[in-house]
Ligand binder design. Structure first.
Ligand SMILES: *Cc1c(COP(=O)(O)O)cnc(C)c1O
Ligand code: SF4
Length: 447
């Protein structure tokens, strides 16, 4: 198989055209392979040889968690949609016809959740600035243009719309000076977060063009890089030709008196087993960076407390700091991967009880929703009513952060929009009473 080149350094990856051959390794039959390919016309697929050869256990298909993390599953989309697209593939239908069908399916899947397109884009003179999101006062997100792919794509990715080549769905900028101007105009910003895609798909030279102009900005305390490269391509920091140059860039951030906060995405403890990862972690820490870890809770990939406890313990042993457990967002194949909030909370708490206080830096389960990051703190009985106890870790309105509030317990709720306020006619971030809100002491009607 000839691999496809990707990113500014020509990383090699398998794409949809290699999918059929890869699936044969898992001994899937022809009909299943066609249906998986149909799903891969809607959702992005990319995987590299490291993930295929080092991380996936091909004797355990389709249950292997890393396989499920990167390979589409035939049941990720409604069966009738998959059948329709599979029929088009089988009959080698004209490209236009296939694209129109695919596009209709994508638009049904809430490609930009939590108002990212409309609400978070900063404006200068009324004009939206592409490639940035500024939702919480102290942190601005920047989407560098050359960093909008990944070493492999996670099937559950909430940024999936970035990868499918629909220009209307894409956020990206190559204007480092616009970022500097935006930071200068907003003295409240103390942190810039490079995100994507995966910024570590960029070469050290390209990354430097974005990072260096920030080093002289005194107001900045940290530069963050959100990346899954430690899991998907640890050689990036050890064996790649510009590994040393990348680490030097990290060191220059520490030397400028700022924290290089390396936000590492790990979904499963298996991703930390390779000695290469352990060497990479040491190298990044030796460059003066602090590695924090985060991942969403995903059904069939990591929905067991033992997996999280083991992840946090290994991360801690290697000198990383557990940071967030996220709830799968309300986009793309959420129905497929969602774990109910009640179950998510149980998994979090169960794992939390198994680790040392040094791992309990982790917060969650947390929903990145329109009003902010909403943490499920627990389930309690208050004045005879069973409720979720929640608080905003981050809030679009900062005055709301850190205050507890309540929602009626619902074992099936998977997202904030499924919850109804308890002991109040609205949530703290709502200005109007919730539709059909109940008076404080009324029981909720059956759903
Ligand atoms: C999560 C997030 C941040 C960073 O939040 P922290 O709690 O500081 O890690 C910033 N902006 C957006 C839009 C986010 O979703
Ligand atoms: S690495 Fe991150 S941005 Fe890339 S596909 Fe996975 S979740 Fe999405």
């Amino acid at each position: 198989m000839t691999l496809t080149q990707t990113g500014t350094r020509g990383f090699k990856a398998y794409t949809a055209k290699h999918l059929d051959d890869l699936l044969k390794r898992g001994h899937l039959n022809a009909e299943t392979r066609l249906r998986v390919r149909a799903v891969a016309t809607v959702l992005p697929f990319r995987v590299n040889p490291y993930v295929v050869d080092e991380l996936i256990d091909w004797s355990d298909i389709p249950d292997d968690p890393i396989y499920r993390l990167v390979f589409p599953q035939e049941d990720m989309l409604p069966s009738d949609e998959v059948s329709r697209i599979a029929a088009l593939l089988r009959s080698e239908a004209p490209r236009d016809e296939l694209q129109a069908t695919v596009r209709a399916v994508r638009m049904r899947m809430n490609p930009h959740p939590a108002g990212q397109m409309e609400l978070n884009m900063p404006r200068v003179g009324g004009e939206p600035v592409a490639g940035m999101q500024h939702k919480y006062p102290e942190t601005v997100l920047f989407f560098p243009k050359q960093g909008q792919t990944c070493h492999a794509y996670c099937t559950y990715c909430f940024r999936w719309a970035q990868f499918v080549g629909e220009p209307d769905l894409k956020m990206a900028s190559d204007d480092a000076q616009a970022l500097v101007r935006h930071v200068r105009e907003h003295p409240e910003i103390t942190s810039v977060l490079f995100t994507g895609g995966d910024p570590m798909i960029m070469s050290a030279a390209v990354l430097r063009r974005y990072v260096e102009p920030l080093l002289g900005l005194e107001q900045l305390e940290s530069i963050r890089v959100g990346t899954k490269s430690l899991a998907y391509w640890p050689g990036r920091f050890v064996t790649d030709p510009d590994a040393a140059d990348t680490l030097r860039l990290f060191s220059s951030v520490a030397e400028s008196g700022k924290n290089l906060a390396f936000m590492a995405h790990f979904s499963h403890p298996r991703e930390m087993e390779s000695p290469l990862v352990q060497t990479a972690v040491r190298a990044i820490r030796d460059a003066g960076a602090v590695i924090r870890t985060q991942a969403p809770l995903i059904r069939t990939v990591n929905d067991e407390p033992g997996i999280w406890a083991e992840m946090w313990r290994r991360q801690h042993a290697l000198g990383m700091v557990p940071y967030y457990m996220f709830v799968e967002r309300d986009t793309g194949p959420q129905d497929y991967f969602a774990v109910p909030l009640a179950r998510g909370y149980e998994i979090f708490r169960d794992a939390y009880t198994q680790v040392s206080g040094l791992c309990r830096t982790v917060r969650g389960p947390s929903m990145s929703a329109t009003p902010g990051k909403v943490c499920v703190d627990g389930v309690a009985e208050v004045a005879g009513t069973r409720v979720f106890v929640l608080h905003l870790i981050q809030a679009r309105d900062p005055a709301l952060a850190g205050r507890p509030f309540f929602a009626h317990y619902d074992p099936e709720a998977v997202w904030l929009s499924d919850l109804r306020p308890a002991f109040a006619d609205r949530f703290p971030f709502e200005t109007e009473p919730a539709a059909g809100a109940l008076s404080a002491l009324e029981e909720p009607p059956p759903r």
